[in-house]
Design a protein around this ligand. Structure first.
Ligand code: GTR
Length: 331
């Protein structure tokens, strides 16, 4: 065993300490951040996460990397969100309806017929209201990074073409694991069945459920369209996607690195928007080509009236009432 002189030893200790301090001050610890997304590998949200990862790696000289776990590799959305809040997963791309039970403003964005059009939604999310909402996540254990598009959600099923609200009566419609979504579908006279995304295909093919509701890309990329041949343009919600980071992972980053992550997330959102538009069109065409009957001429007014109670309940909270009013005023 080598024998060190006292002076040598203290020199070594000083050296180690100096190295440690330099590393800490420049956040030189390389770190891999785990990101969860329930969609499959080619879905625009997953591609956007990869894109964000490449921007982060570039900006931090390769010190930080994002490893993307798609297709529910880390679990279903509800569970991965709980793990993100606890700090076991670093980044999560989720739909606002799922995180709504944890972050109340998210439920607002999933409310029925809140947005008049996709343009209205983008104007709200790209503007000051969107930024304020992203900044409001911290008390709930998350940091809001960016929104991703998700189009409008519509109801599909394998029983009958839904041409009016009456046709929904008694249909077992799968919804996301969200109390608000359950209430929304129940108020239309259908039977809501809250299930994780990964169980919908089996639910449809075994006829455990009669239908579900989602945007065109989700309807098609999951193969739901092969088992549910009637799609009605109810467009009852435009709940967008949101990208969040666990507060724990965020606090490990230096202020410059936080800036790099935020900017990369914002750029990935623009990148995603391009891919999204294209996939929406292609998915609808693919469903049509496969023989899915699309009910386009649908009166949404009765749905809106039936779901009014969702607003009455939510507006009991003055902050939520004010947020709804501000969103509606955006022209
Ligand atoms: C999709 C969304 C997913 C998931 C899914 C669902 O549109 O991208 O994150 O929430 O809907 O219905 O479970």
């Amino acid at each position: 065993m080598p024998v060190y002189r006292r002076a040598d030893l203290s020199r070594i200790i000083m050296l180690v300490l100096a190295l440690f301090l330099t590393a800490a001050s420049t956040s030189a610890f390389a770190r891999e951040f785990r990101a969860a997304d329930t969609q499959n590998e080619s879905y625009p949200t997953v591609q956007a996460l990869h894109y964000m990862g490449s921007l982060v790696a570039e900006r931090t000289g390769g010190r930080h990397e994002i490893k993307v776990f798609h297709s529910r590799q880390l679990g279903e959305e509800k569970e991965t969100l709980e793990q993100t809040r606890a700090g076991a997963i670093d980044i999560n791309r989720t739909n606002v309806a799922l995180i709504g039970s944890m972050v109340p403003a998210m439920n607002v964005l999933a409310m029925p017929f809140l947005f008049r059009s996709i343009e209205h939604l983008q104007k709200v999310l790209d503007g000051p209201i969107g930024n304020e909402i992203l900044d409001s996540f911290e008390p709930y254990g998350f940091v809001g990074l960016a929104f991703y598009d998700s189009g409008a959600r519509s109801i599909y099923n394998h029983v009958r073409p839904v041409t009016s609200m009456a046709d929904l009566k008694g249909l077992r419609i799968r919804v996301q694991q969200s109390e608000q979504m359950v209430e929304m579908i129940r108020s239309l006279g259908a039977d809501p069945v809250a299930l994780p995304y990964g169980q919908v295909l089996t639910g449809l093919s075994t006829k455990l459920i009669d239908g579900a509701e989602n945007n065109w890309p989700s309807f098609v990329t999951t193969d739901h369209y092969k088992f549910a041949g009637f799609y009605t343009l109810t467009e009852h919600t435009m709940s967008p996607e949101v990208l969040v980071m666990s507060k724990k992972a965020w606090s490990d980053l230096s202020p410059e690195d936080q800036k790099a992550f935020r900017e990369a997330a914002m750029r990935s959102s623009r990148f995603m928007r391009e891919k999204w538009r294209d996939l929406e069109v292609r998915s609808r065409r693919q469903a049509e080509d496969a023989g899915v009957k699309i009910v386009t001429d649908f009166d949404r007014k009765p749905l809106e009236a039936a779901m009014a109670g969702i607003y009455t309940k939510a507006q009991q909270d003055p902050a939520i009432a004010q947020l709804i009013e501000r969103i509606r005023k955006v022209q």
